[in-house]
Design a protein around this ligand. Structure first.
Ligand SMILES: *Cc1c(COP(=O)(O)O)cnc(C)c1O
Length: 455
């Protein structure tokens, strides 16, 4: 499989470049030049596979020039052996709605599904090529935890995670900071998530620095993460006896819902993909009326979706612009100037596949409370936004992606139903363990010095 950048599709790349670099030099995102489209007959065959087999089958379409199918199968098995559910994900009911529980991995959020896999994929590649890299990542809570768990103790890899000091839940922080492996470094920045992200971006664009430490990233634009996430759309469709289904996806950086779009392009019978946002509703404004202008980031009960400009949205822009990379590059300039109104053509194309809704803080709390009282289920605040969107849009035959375990957001749950949700037994030990992290100023050169000193 060959790949191009969304901003210049005259040059082709292979999976290795796409996976290790993450972002193209021109600032664009990598997309494949063609996609396999499964026939109904082929889908019928895939239906027989278990989760690991299905993962191997789908990921292999994209990575066969990088890793053999047999080796991939071994990596997939190893990756998902860390999950508390044998079949990795689980379908459950909340009233009329189906929930696809994606939080049974080691750090209690859906990001484990892709991250456990790419942690092993990194190790495979680095060991084989005798290389070392340093991963640097900014997190609003869940990405960092998932990345640390995936990379801790692995050879040839170090990981530095920047989180905004005092702005993530204590459970989110402890999952990251109680890890003892020597290749893990937690940094708390005196600032917000955007500050953390800007520091990482500026380190990446300082080529002298980033090359000198062999810096790499694991953020949600990495194509390997998207393909690992496309798998559970297929898996859940196969487990439901419906001809066509819709998915509601609690959305921040547009990675998870883009994986659904990919599944649909590959022939999976998906009706609508619902982009569910919290009060940071730029994607709802964009998809419902074309307004892609960002505002200040608000802190909400669903912090992993407190994002304005969603990186992966660029991939959708590319596809709805009929894979025209110069047009995409032009649009991205307007996005950068914060003045992009989606053209009517593009908007019509987007609305063929997507719907959107937004839930405010009060609505989120009410959804958690109502479902606890009526269905005896505790939804995490991100999942609650996804459920709320389905109610507002009155969609039937819909699966809501349940992106986090409620115990990860104890304050929000306490606020909604006046009780705390317990951590799973496997994680109880983090509550009383010593934490290890360094608080640093919101200052790029101080962070660079810190990293250099640790290497
Ligand atoms: C990251 C995250 C999201 C948003 O996913 P994107 O791929 O960034 O859209 C939603 N819910 C939870 C719990 C998350 O950790």
């Amino acid at each position: 499989m060959k790949y191009v950048s969304t901003r210049n599709n005259s040059e082709e790349y292979n999976f290795e470049q796409v996976f290790i670099k993450g972002l193209a030099d021109d600032g664009g995102l990598y997309v494949p030049t063609s996609l396999k489209k499964y026939s109904p007959q082929e889908l019928h065959e895939l239906k027989k596979l278990n989760y690991n087999e299905l993962s191997t089958e789908i990921i292999n379409l994209f990575s066969s020039d990088f890793i053999s199918k047999d080796e991939l199968s071994t990596l997939v098995k190893k990756s998902y052996s860390t999950f508390r559910e044998k079949e990795v994900v689980k379908l459950s009911n909340v009233g009329e709605i189906k929930l696809l529980e994606l939080f049974h991995g080691p750090t209690l959020a859906f990001k484990d599904v892709a991250m456990q896999f790419i942690g092993n994929l990194y190790e495979y590649y680095l060991t084989k090529n005798n290389k070392k890299i340093n991963i640097v990542v900014a997190t609003s809570g869940d990405t960092g935890a998932a990345a640390i768990d995936a990379i801790k103790g692995k050879s040839n890899l170090n990981i530095f995670v920047l989180h905004p000091n005092n702005r993530i839940s204590s459970v989110q922080r402890k999952i990251m900071t109680t890890v003892e492996e020597k290749n893990v470094f937690n940094i708390a920045i005196d600032g917000n998530f955007d500050d953390c992200q800007n520091i990482v971006k500026s380190m990446f664009s300082d080529l002298e620095f980033s090359k000198s430490i062999n810096m790499s990233g694991v953020n949600s634009i990495n194509w390997a993460r998207i393909i690992a996430q496309a798998v559970y759309y297929f898996y859940s469709y196969f487990r439901l006896d419906k001809e066509i289904i819709s998915f509601s996806v609690p959305t921040g950086n547009f990675g998870d819902v883009f994986a659904g779009y990919l599944a649909k392009q590959m022939g999976l019978p998906i009706d609508k993909l619902i982009v569910a946002t919290n009060e940071n509703d730029i994607l709802h404004r964009a998809i419902s009326k074309g307004d892609y202008v960002s505002k200040e980031v608000k802190e909400t009960l669903s912090p992993s979706m407190d994002i304005q400009l969603a990186s992966n949205f660029e991939r959708l822009i590319y596809y709805v612009s009929n894979s025209d990379s110069s047009k995409t590059a032009e649009i991205m300039k307007k996005v950068k100037q914060n003045s992009y109104q989606i053209e009517k053509n593009n908007l019509d194309n987007i609305q063929k596949d997507f719907l959107s809704e937004s839930c405010n803080e009060q609505e989120t709390l009410e959804i958690i409370k109502k479902n606890y009282e009526e269905n005896n289920i505790i939804l995490d605040p991100h999942t609650a936004v996804g459920v709320g969107a389905v109610h507002k849009l009155s969609i039937h035959d819909c699966v809501v992606l349940s992106t986090a375990h409620p115990c990860k957001f104890p304050d929000a749950i306490k606020n909604a139903i006046n009780k705390y949700e317990k951590l799973p037994d496997e994680l109880q030990h983090i509550l009383n363990k010593d934490e290890n992290f360094q608080v640093l100023d919101n200052n790029v050169s101080k962070i660079k010095d810190f990293i250099k000193k640790k290497l």
